[in-house]
Design a protein around this ligand. Structure first.
Ligand code: ADP
Ligand code: MG
Length: 250
């Protein structure tokens, strides 16, 4: 084992995760494994705890109970370990969260220069390659305010990729987009999936879940009610709560 990496272990493993906001028990014992190159989607009604779960995975929120392991190593309960881990897991948010006072390229090189200690030149080279990958080479000097929502989200994906993460967590990446812009973002995500990126995607895009996900997890009231391959989960859900949810949205 080098650098504590265990290639046989799940990339991300979650056991018994609980999160309270004051008295509100939002995550009530989540278990989940995400193996290398797996694309996992998490579906569920608004308020079921999906965003909180992703934020706990990335240590943007502190789960009071449970274990999160990355490559077989439980993440220790220290600020230093959490910061290091955060740099290894990319995050893409519903509302893009670009730095408004930085150009597109500035957004993409910020993490590599500030967190990974790359030289500006090296970070720009890598950053330009990822902007090309998401189809935005011509926008590197633009400001976020000059971009469409679909372009902003593609910048956010390039920014996550520039950190060369071990997995990317997406929180409803297309929910804030006009319908005609959803496709360009999903097609970038699909390409990443095809290339073997490990992805956890909270989404209401059932088409994407059906076509791209290896595993779908249905969350309700802070627990994973049912998990399975998309075909099975969508056509033959075993749990009444899953059937009810799918009945409302499909
Ligand atoms: P989802 O993403 O599935 O819609 P969330 O994870 O955003 O669900 O929210 C789950 C529950 O936790 C909701 O009841 C929400 O109001 C509550 N919640 C989320 N974030 C906070 C917070 N920072 N403080 C207090 N309650 C929160
Ligand atoms: Mg949410």
């Amino acid at each position: 084992m080098m650098n504590g990496e265990n290639v046989d272990a799940p990339r991300i493993s979650v056991r018994g995760l609980h999160k309270w906001f004051g008295d509100l028990h939002v995550l009530r014992g989540i278990d989940m494994d995400v193996v290398r190159s797996e694309v996992v989607t998490v579906i569920g009604a608004s308020g079921s705890g999906k965003s909180t779960f992703l934020r706990c995975l990335n240590f943007l929120e502190h789960a009071q109970k449970g274990i999160i392991s990355v490559d077989g190593e439980p993440v220790p309960d220290s600020e230093r370990a959490r910061n290091a881990l955060r740099a290894r897991l990319g995050m893409v948010f519903q509302h893009f969260n670009l730095f408004p006072h930085m150009t597109v390229l500035g957004n993409v090189i910020e993490g590599p220069t500030q967190v990974l200690g790359r030289s500006r030149k090296e970070a720009e080279e890598v950053g330009r390659a990822y902007l090309a990958k998401v189809g935005l080479s011509d926008k590197e000097q633009a400001w976020p305010s000059q971009l469409s929502g679909g372009q902003k989200q593609r910048v956010a994906i390039a920014r996550a990729l520039a950190m060369e993460p071990e997995a990317i967590l997406f929180d409803e990446p297309t929910s804030a987009l006009d319908p005609e812009l959803v496709g360009e973002v999903l097609s970038v995500m699909r390409e990443l999936a095809d290339e073997g990126m490990t992805m956890v995607v909270v989404t209401h895009e059932m088409g994407f879940a059906r076509e791209v996900a290896d595993t779908v997890h249905f969350m309700d009231q802070g627990v994973v009610v049912e998990s399975g391959e998309p075909q099975a989960l969508f056509t033959e859900p075993t749990q009444a709560r899953t059937r009810e949810f799918l009945g409302q949205i499909l």
